[in-house]
Design a protein around this ligand. Structure first.
Ligand code: ATP
Length: 240
């Protein structure tokens, strides 16, 4: 399988003296979902922000389609990288259709991915539910020429059924060839759609493996969460 996105010996953080991620190696291949798991503060978002170009690496390389990239997010977007971040990347004062237009997303593809958005095409996005806004953010990312998608906590604050819907759309995207790196607090849900996973702790990869292998170690993995954040995981779900 082809590695679409790689971190090679990546150090990341917020300037000298505040290195958060150390010597991180990871790969995301065409057509797979890779879950990046870990307790709060492990460095998942810092990793994603460095992979997408929002943060400059403090060491090592980010490699996209076999080439080291150093430019900002918009340059990486032109190379096929898409990002759906914790804060929903939609323009709330505009309609759904205008959001698709200004982001150069393909509306037919977007509405095919999320037919439930069609009825709201002319509505101001700020009036949509959180779940609908997140569907739109994902629809935008997936209806552009995206070859690798970074998804950071796209389920944050959303109802389980909506989370399932979003994760299913990610699975479909991966099945059609997109490489997906997924940061997700709902471990069980993430592991249900992932092909592989990395578990981070204190800025380093502590465990990695195929989803099949790691599903058998979910309790151990969840315990690593429990240690750092006692209320997050008891049954694979985040607290309401
Ligand atoms: P969570 O699951 O809580 O989002 P995370 O694994 O994504 O956690 P990060 O958000 O990457 O972790 O944070 C890793 C560390 O970096 C934390 O100690 C955090 O306080 C620190 N950090 C995050 N953002 C900044 C910033 N802008 N400036 C300085 N330190 C930061």
């Amino acid at each position: 399988m082809t590695a679409v996105l790689e971190a090679r010996s990546l150090d990341a953080g917020y300037g000298a003296g505040s290195t958060v991620v150390r010597s991180l190696d990871l790969e995301v291949h065409e057509g797979e979902i890779v879950a990046l798991l870990g307790p709060n503060g492990a460095g998942k978002t810092t990793t994603l922000n460095t992979l997408c170009g929002e943060l400059a690496p403090l060491g090592g390389d980010v490699v996209l389609h076999g080439r080291t990239v150093t430019g900002p997010l918009h340059e990486r977007a032109r190379l096929g990288l898409g990002l759906v971040a914790e804060e929903r990347a939609v323009l709330t004062s505009m309609s759904v259709t205008d959001n698709l237009r200004v982001t150069r997303a393909d509306p037919d593809r977007a509405f095919a991915l999320f037919p439930e958005l069609q009825a709201h095409a002319r509505r101001q996005v700020g009036l949509l539910s959180g779940g609908q806004q997140q569907m739109l953010a994902l629809a935008i990312a997936l209806s552009r020429p995206t070859t690798v998608l970074l998804a950071d906590e796209l389920s944050l604050g959303l109802a389980p059924l909506i989370v399932d819907r979003l994760l299913r759309a990610l699975r479909d995207a991966a099945d059609s060839g997109v490489a997906v790196l997924l940061v997700e607090q709902h471990i069980a849900k993430a592991m249900a759609v992932a092909d592989r996973a990395y578990v981070m702790r204190r800025g380093q990869i502590e465990v990695s493996g195929t989803a099949t292998e790691l599903r058998g170690r979910l309790v151990e993995i969840q315990e690593s969460y429990l240690e750092a954040h006692p209320t997050t995981i008891s049954n694979g779900s985040a607290p309401a």
